[in-house]
Design a binder for this molecule. Structure first.
Ligand SMILES: C[S@@+](CC[C@H](N)C(=O)[O-])C[C@H]1O[C@@H](n2cnc3c(N)ncnc32)[C@H](O)[C@@H]1O
Length: 270
């Protein structure tokens, strides 16, 4: 059987972490996301996933945030059956297969050229692939701007330097007539603490960014309006977390400040 060997830089390598976490979730007796395609794909990637030392917490939170973001996409498509979907920093995520959009939806998966190149080899063609560095303007030109758009940025914000995420967001919201942007929003503390996480340390990532106030992106000049801040520690799926993680998660969920530092999902409309 052919196995693909990724040749990535540090930032690109983070996509193997999220892929691995989804694959591990799919192999649990009671998975949260249950993405068996991710499990199959990870089995075919020639990479030492064990070195990432992924713990149950990372498995369930990654699976849960992916599930919630899938729900955002599905709901948007149901309300706007001819929309555009953008998965920014898509990595090897199989979201397009999980959401299985109808033919009138235009789905774009965007990541660095080396990621898109691997993606096109190891996953069936199901979306438009755009090879681009999102910090450079111009990549939006090939995407029609006359339809509403749902834009997903999962695991991307912490790794975009300086104000480049804000700049990209301004370009996105002026390109489309209306839409929704959904992302997992790390707090400043969570982003700072990330570099001490054993998995992130293994990858060698030394800096990540976050923001505390969910309203902060509203002031970046992109016309965003916060629709919802959702603390994933309060999601019903926590009932499927293994113990003692479930009990600990429920404990932190009681305090909004603590819950914010855990996984949270932010949705904005424009
Ligand atoms: C943590 S991974 C998440 C991947 C995917 N969204 C997932 O959940 O599996 C971050 C992704 O963002 C991509 N990325 C980071 N900075 C980027 C940039 N400036 N341009 C394009 N892609 C970027 C990386 O290559 C990587 O695939």
């Amino acid at each position: 059987m052919h196995r693909w060997k990724p040749e990535f830089g540090l930032i690109q390598e983070t996509l193997l972490l999220t892929l691995h976490a989804r694959a591990l979730d799919a192999k649990l007796p009671s998975p949260i996301l249950g993405d068996t395609l991710s499990a199959e794909l990870a089995d075919n990637i020639d990479y030492d996933f064990h070195k990432l030392k992924v713990k149950p917490n990372l498995v369930v939170t990654t699976a849960l945030r992916a599930k919630k973001l899938d729900d955002v996409v599905r709901a948007y498509i149901a309300a706007h059956p001819e929309c555009v979907v953008l998965d920014l920093g898509c990595g090897l995520d199989t979201r397009v297969f999980r959401c299985d959009p109808p033919p009138n939806v235009n789905w774009y998966d965007i990541d660095f050229p080396e990621v898109v190149s691997l993606r096109s080899e190891c996953l069936p063609s199901r979306s438009h692939l755009i090879a681009a560095d999102l910090t450079h303007p111009g990549w939006l030109e090939t995407i029609p701007g006359d339809r509403p758009a749902v834009i997903i940025a999962e695991g991307l914000f912490p790794f975009m330097p300086g104000g480049s995420f804000q700049q990209m967001t301004r370009e996105l919201t002026s390109h489309f007539p209306s839409g929704e942007l959904a992302l997992n929003g790390y707090t400043r503390f969570a982003a700072w603490a990330m570099k001490y996480h054993p998995t992130i340390k293994t990858l060698g990532i030394k800096a990540a960014q976050g923001f505390d106030d969910p309203h902060e992106p509203e002031s970046c000049g992109a016309g965003l309006e916060l629709v919802k801040e959702e603390m994933l520690t309060r999601a019903p799926e926590v009932a499927r977390f293994p113990q003692p993680l479930r009990a600990l998660t429920r404990l932190t969920a009681r305090s909004t400040a603590l819950a914010r530092h855990g996984a949270r999902l932010l949705r904005y409309q424009f």
